[in-house]
Design a protein around this ligand. Structure first.
Ligand code: PMP
Ligand code: GLN
Length: 384
């Protein structure tokens, strides 16, 4: 068997959700909202399931969805995308990532990865034959620096894999950092896969910038998005990939033998949702921001050290002040003894580089957050 997968533990999100179920815990681990998602979008999917086409859609995605994606990103991010040659629909961002890495990496190519990184990245890069070159981002701002990029890029760099906004730190790279990375991609003739699944989940009046829209990056970027995050429907697994035609030609070859297509009823509904007006997007952000603030102030009130959250469904605490230095052991005790599931952020590092940060998902009803806070109030100054 292939050792990359044979030696891999089960993903922390699955492990924590299972522990939460077994221990009747409040699950603030895996990132999914309590909110059931917009009713009109779900109704559209239901209607398409009953009355619509349920056979294979075109492998690049329904034309109506690709058209809606082009219009959506023109309106929100100033991108000019050709729906026929530069957009592809996948079964979630996960398929998009796997396909892009398989399609673009040749064995021995170097791939620049930024830690902390989403847990799927490293095994997929390795399986594609890529050699990881890590840039470890430093708290509290997790910025890109010239020094770190200079150490990571080389003439063998094939691509950089960026996640912006960044899960799990809940930070957003400023345009200045995107331009710095862009300059390295150009200097070393490298591509950028930009995982932007959290692009709409940004707070305090922020607006997302895609690296694809920065100077020199239009032809070098593979932008990846997810309807799951845009519509609070994480189980849907409808992803979007955007890239220039010379890249898309190859990306589509990987997609055709991974999943080939994505359920057509969900595509019809995603097309409807992308055309929703600003009120939906602003409302979604405002609701999540309110939950963030409620949970953050509850945690601070318990004396916990809360780190800021500029976007995503997540906020982090530093368990160092509790005298704790092992996030995995802490999270195990939290779920087993206190009935609250969270994610140890060391799962986002290749070698457990950081072990004092714990991630909570706040995209929950007030009652869920309050129940978690009530349980967390049992944490003494020395931790659970
Ligand atoms: N990338 C990042 C950074 C994520 O946080 C997630 C899941 N939340 C994904 C990719 C996977 O997205 P999907 O569920 O659309 O496959
Ligand atoms: N992206 C989600 C998170 O970070 C989980 C996705 C998954 O379960 N694989 O929590």
């Amino acid at each position: 068997m292939n050792p990359i997968f044979a030696d891999l533990p089960t993903t922390v999100f699955e492990v924590m959700s299972r522990l939460a179920r077994e221990n009747d815990a409040v699950n603030l681990g895996q990132g999914f909202p309590d909110d059931p998602g917009p009713l009109d979008v779900r109704q559209k999917a239901a209607d398409a399931l009953i009355n619509g086409w349920n056979q294979y859609p075109p492998m690049m995605g329904l034309p109506e969805l690709r058209g809606a994606i082009a219009a959506h990103y023109r309106r929100w991010q100033g991108l000019d995308l050709d729906p026929d040659r530069e957009i592809m629909v996948t079964s979630g961002a996960t398929e998009a990532l796997a396909g892009a890495l398989l399609a673009l990496i040749e064995p021995g190519d170097e791939v620049v990865l930024f830690e902390p990184m989403y847990d799927a990245y490293l095994p997929l890069v390795r399986r594609a034959g890529g050699i990881p070159k890590f840039v470890t981002l430093k708290p509290p701002h997790f910025r890109l620096t010239d020094e770190a990029l200079a150490a990571a890029f080389s003439p063998r760099t094939r691509l950089a894999l960026l996640n912006n906004p960044l899960n799990p730190t809940a930070t957003i790279f400023p345009d200045e950092d995107l331009d710095l990375l862009a300059s390295y991609c150009q200097r070393f003739d490298a591509l950028c896969i930009s995982d932007e699944v959290w692009e709409h989940v940004v707070f305090d009046g922020r607006r997302h910038t895609s690296i694809m829209a920065r100077p020199g990056m239009r032809e070098r970027t593979v932008k990846i998005s997810s309807a799951g995050k845009i519509f609070s429907l994480t189980g849907w697994k409808v992803g979007f990939v955007m890239a220039a035609p010379h890249l898309m030609r190859v990306l589509s070859k990987a997609h055709q033998f991974l999943t080939f297509t994505t359920p057509p009823n969900l595509q019809v509904a995603a097309a409807h949702g992308l055309a929703k007006d600003d009120t939906y997007f602003e409302g979604m952000r405002a609701d999540l921001q309110r939950s963030r603030d409620r949970f953050a102030s509850g945690l601070s009130g318990l004396g916990l050290a809360v780190l800021p959250s500029a976007g995503t469904y997540f906020l982090n605490i530093d368990i160092g002040p509790l005298g704790e230095h092992d996030d995995v052991a802490f999270c195990e005790r939290l779920v087993l003894k206190h009935g609250v599931a969270a994610i140890p952020v060391s799962a986002f590092y290749a070698a457990r580089g950081v072990t004092n940060i714990v991630r909570f998902c706040f995209a929950k009803r007030d009652a869920t957050l309050d129940a978690a806070l009530e349980r967390l109030s049992a944490l003494s100054a020395r931790g659970p």
